[in-house]
Design a protein around this ligand. Structure first.
Ligand SMILES: Cc1cc2nc3c(=O)[nH]c(=O)nc-3n(C[C@H](O)[C@H](O)[C@H](O)COP(=O)(O)OP(=O)(O)OC[C@H]3O[C@@H](n4cnc5c(N)ncnc54)[C@H](O)[C@@H]3O)c2cc1C
Length: 386
């Protein structure tokens, strides 16, 4: 296994050791049942890896984003999947950056210890698609709080979370100066909400991702569930999205390394026509190309991390990192499958599972076209098309 020069060698080593206790057979069994990796998530929580981004004053380890990226990359390189819990690392950023002192004191220490799970993030809706300013879920002000009506889709881990960050309109789109105004962010206590105005319905997908549909039918939220200022929610979620995109890019780098490790090992071992298949350049070159592409994408992930950590604008770099890493991991996945011939399709090799898992990241949390549109208009000054 080729190890490039690595950041946080000690953390990576410990994560690798932890992941070794959750081998392919563990993930395959869950994948078959579309079951949640509870034991794995508990082990990560206990080891403190899900609270690395929470400041020490709130009980976390106060490490920079690149440390979280190292953790997720190693989980994915090991053949596991951080999708079940990665949001526990970064969703709290909305509370940390925009919550009141009372909200921070109340929630962050419990999120750091794992007593509270905040790993659901409710933005996407069936009718608005990527055009978030057209969300219809509405939180109407009433005497002692808000009443929420509407629907969300693809809200992952809602069944495995105590709290959810929810984006809802609080002023109709037609009554605000800018379409992105008039949306607000709420911290919803799912333990109280389910059955009292909120229904969660799981969606079975091509990968094991615990994603769901949410139905709000006059869900009552107390006033103090509002985060920051009413109407400013879109701005609040945007800055959390950069962290999400960078960390998901790191997961793609881990996936890519998994595929390249596996493809290289198999190409050396598998003998056909009296020699290792890896002696054929037709087999070598695609694996080498995957390595070249992945190495370049990893540099962009590092750059996006560095900008984020310096508090510098990093929206474009976060997007570019996510796009390059997801494309590099997908190319590596395809070549790894091809290198394995028929065996690549067998469940027991874990290639087909990881192949399905890594494909998600060209669509979520933002699709490639939307990234290209962002780069074209924000970086290159080309005219907006929508
Ligand atoms: C497994 C899974 C988990 C998810 N988890 C969450 C979650 O936890 N929370 C959450 O809020 N969301 C979640 N999502 C939603 C995800 O972020 C969206 O699916 C994604 O952003 C794409 O949005 P959409 O599905 O509405 O596609 P659409 O917006 O309907 O787009 C469909 C296609 O058209 C393209 N397209 C649309 N408009 C344009 C345009 N103007 N120019 C060019 N191309 C365009 C898109 O690139 C895309 O390929 C999840 C999705 C999945 C599948």
């Amino acid at each position: 296994m080729i190890r490039d020069e690595e950041t946080y060698p000690e953390i990576r080593d410990n994560v690798r050791r932890l992941c070794a206790k959750f081998p392919g057979a563990y993930w395959r069994a869950l994948d078959r049942e579309r079951a949640y990796p509870t034991a794995f998530v508990q082990a990560l929580t206990k080891a403190g890896y899900l609270s690395v981004l929470i400041p020490e004053s709130f009980g976390g380890s106060g490490l920079p984003l690149s440390a979280a990226a190292a953790v997720l990359e190693e989980i994915h390189r090991s053949g596991g999947n951080g999708g079940a819990c990665h949001a526990q690392m970064y969703t709290m950023g909305t509370v940390l950056r925009h919550g009141s002192p009372e909200q921070k004191a109340l929630y962050l220490p419990k999120i750091a210890s794992g007593e509270l799970r905040l790993q659901a993030f409710g933005v996407t809706e069936p009718t608005s698609g990527t055009d978030t300013t057209r969300i219809e879920t509405f939180a109407r002000r009433v005497a002692d709080g808000y009443l929420v009506k509407g629907q969300k889709i693809w809200i992952s881990r809602a069944e495995h979370s105590d709290l959810m960050v929810l984006l809802a309109r609080t002023t109709p789109r037609e009554d605000v100066a800018k379409p992105s105004d008039g949306m607000s962010v709420f911290l919803v206590d799912l333990r109280q909400a389910v059955g009292n105005g909120l229904t969660i319905r799981p969606i079975r997908t091509m990968l094991n991702h615990a994603t769901t549909e949410l139905f709000f039918d006059d869900l009552k939220l107390p006033h103090d569930s509002l985060i920051g200022e009413e109407g400013q929610g879109f701005r609040y979620i945007l800055d959390g999205m950069n962290a999400e995109r960078i960390l998901i890019a790191a997961e793609c780098i881990g996936d890519g390394r998994f595929f390249i490790d596996r493809a290289s090992a198999y190409a050396k071992d598998r003998h056909v026509f009296g020699r290792a298949i890896g002696e054929n350049q037709g087999v070598q070159f695609p694996i080498a190309r995957a390595y070249v592409q992945l190495s370049a994408a990893a540099l962009m992930v590092d750059k996006a991390c560095a900008l984020f950590e310096a508090d510098a604008p990093c929206g474009t770099e976060a997007n570019m990192a996510k796009m390059l890493a997801s494309e590099a991991s997908w190319y590596a996945a395809d070549q790894c499958l091809q290198t394995h011939g028929g065996f690549g399709f067998a469940e027991d090799f874990d290639i087909e599972r990881k192949f399905r898992e890594t494909r998600l990241y060209q669509t979520a949390p933002i699709s490639t076209n939307l990234i290209l549109s962002h780069v074209a208009t924000h970086r290159l000054g080309l005219p907006k098309s929508f």
